[in-house]
Design a protein around this ligand. Structure first.
Ligand code: CO
Length: 463
């Protein structure tokens, strides 16, 4: 990754002859072109992957392991670090921001380093941050959640009150709909941290919205509610309930009104501990599968209403410019998406041989059903292995063995979710949406592996 994290846009249109279509999504592995995805024998694979065949020469004359520095000292005592921290050798694994992207770091965003995060859970300290008026420290003793509007019994809850409700636990991703937004008009960021770091995935614990709705007795006229935050931005977002129509009277899509609200929680814990301040301590709304802006942090109000609020956040931001110059509003769900997290531009390849292509796939509509991987720019595809667990509205890992022949390769992934929706190519997305928008860019990402081991972000814009 270059220091400036910016490269000149690269378009590789000559690769566009590939006749990939959304309907051509492979359901089974097919015969693969040479130099693509094949498994080597175990021994050959170990050597090809960088292991050395002469382990004996590492041992002492008597066949023992050599003495190393750490085996000659006493280490730190327990609780010398009461709240544990990563190894000092992992100091480069941090959230980063893009200085030119926002005027300051108060109304801004930071990115999760997916090049160094394994599995599906994002450590809480690496969860991306999105603030509109900075991170605040809210005192849980004085914080209150007011629930009112079209209800039989307006109520006010302390944090302790909320913890007396039955707990609901779920592992869900949060994705800012601006994830990838810098790439609509060409390659901008030569790093998976910056192309896909506006997303994270955690185990969340809290109170089901359905239980809160029961407690206050929501009236049947309520077709929306909105959450409001307690930071300086006073962020408000409308969330649809059954029967929801937009401000012009047009019904919202069925999925939005029948499915989204059932998973919602008021979250107070994340990955086993209280929410972090950056993530809305002491409570936040958590709207699984939907654009993360709806998951209001520092939540202090839930008000049940019969129409959307049409707030600043629902008009000035979080609407999608379309080809004809008009804007779409209330596009709430993050559609199926995927990205290869190895190889990536953030890491140079160590030479030809055996590797495992690894990546993440996710969908705001449910479970991931399949992921295909290509190493030749979309000419041929192989179905990857999905790593259990595969959960709804959660990141899913995929892997595929790769014998890299040391030549240029174009590595891509495309996801399909349980609804049958297939992640679009960049061309398919731009044909529908144009390039004037910011949000919901879920097109196929391409990484170009060069013969010298460098990996770069490229776009196959006519594919
Ligand atoms: Co949207």
């Amino acid at each position: 990754m270059s220091d400036k994290n910016i490269t000149v846009p690269v378009n590789i249109d000559e690769q566009a002859e590939a006749n990939q279509t959304r309907r051509a999504f492979l359901r089974k592995s097919v015969a693969v072109a040479s130099g693509a995805v094949v498994a080597a024998s175990a021994a050959a694979q170990a050597v090809a992957a960088g292991g050395q065949a002469n382990a004996d020469t590492f041992l002492t004359a008597s066949g023992d392991l050599p003495i190393v520095a750490t085996s000659k000292i006493l280490g730190r005592g327990v609780v010398s670090v009461p709240y544990g921290l990563p190894s000092k050798y992992e100091a480069s694994v941090v959230r980063r921001n893009v200085e030119w992207l926002t005027p300051d770091t108060i109304a801004s965003i930071s990115f999760t380093p997916w090049q160094d995060v394994e599995g599906i859970i994002t450590p809480s300290g690496l969860h991306f941050e999105r603030t509109h008026a900075g991170t605040v420290d809210v005192d849980p003793k004085t914080h209150r959640l007011v629930v009112h509007g079209l209800v039989e019994r307006p109520m006010i809850f302390t944090i302790e009150d909320l913890k007396r409700f039955p707990q609901k636990v779920g592992t869900w991703f949060l994705e800012c709909p601006a994830n990838g937004a810098m790439e609509w008009n060409g390659v901008q960021m030569d790093s998976v941290q910056f192309t896909h770091g506006m997303m994270s995935c955690s185990e969340w614990v809290g109170v089901s919205l359905l239980d809160i709705m029961k407690a206050v007795g929501v009236k049947k006229e309520a077709t929306w509610f909105y959450g409001e935050g307690g930071d300086g931005s006073g962020l408000q977002r409308s969330v649809p309930l059954p029967g929801a129509k937009d401000q012009f009277g047009k019904p919202l899509p069925e999925f939005d009104t029948t499915t989204i609200y059932k998973d919602i929680i008021v979250a107070y814990a994340q990955n086993g501990e209280a929410l972090r301040p950056e993530n809305g301590y002491p409570i936040r709304l958590l709207v699984p599968g939907c654009e993360a802006n709806m998951s209001v942090k520092y939540l202090r109000r839930i008000k049940f209403v019969d129409k959307p609020l049409v707030t600043y956040q629902e008009t000035r931001h979080y609407t999608d410019g379309m080809k004809d110059g008009r804007f779409r509003q209330y596009t709430l769900v993050n559609e199926a998406n995927s990205v290869v997290t190895f190889p990536v531009p953030d890491k140079k390849m160590a030479g030809k041989g055996s590797y495992e292509i690894r990546g993440l796939a996710w969908s705001g509509r449910g479970k991931i059903k399949a992921v295909d991987v290509s190493v030749d720019g979309g000419k041929t595809w192989t179905e990857a292995k999905l790593v259990e667990p595969v959960m709804s509205k959660c990141f899913t890992r995929f892997t595929l063995p790769w014998e890299w022949d040391g030549k240029d390769a174009l590595v891509m992934s495309r996801a399909m979710d349980e609804t049958g929706y297939v992640q679009p190519t960049l061309k398919q997305l731009i044909d529908e949406r144009g390039t004037s928008g910011i949000y919901h860019k879920n097109s196929i990402q391409t990484w170009k592996v060069n013969a010298n081991g460098e990996v770069h972000n490229v776009q196959l814009r006519s594919l």
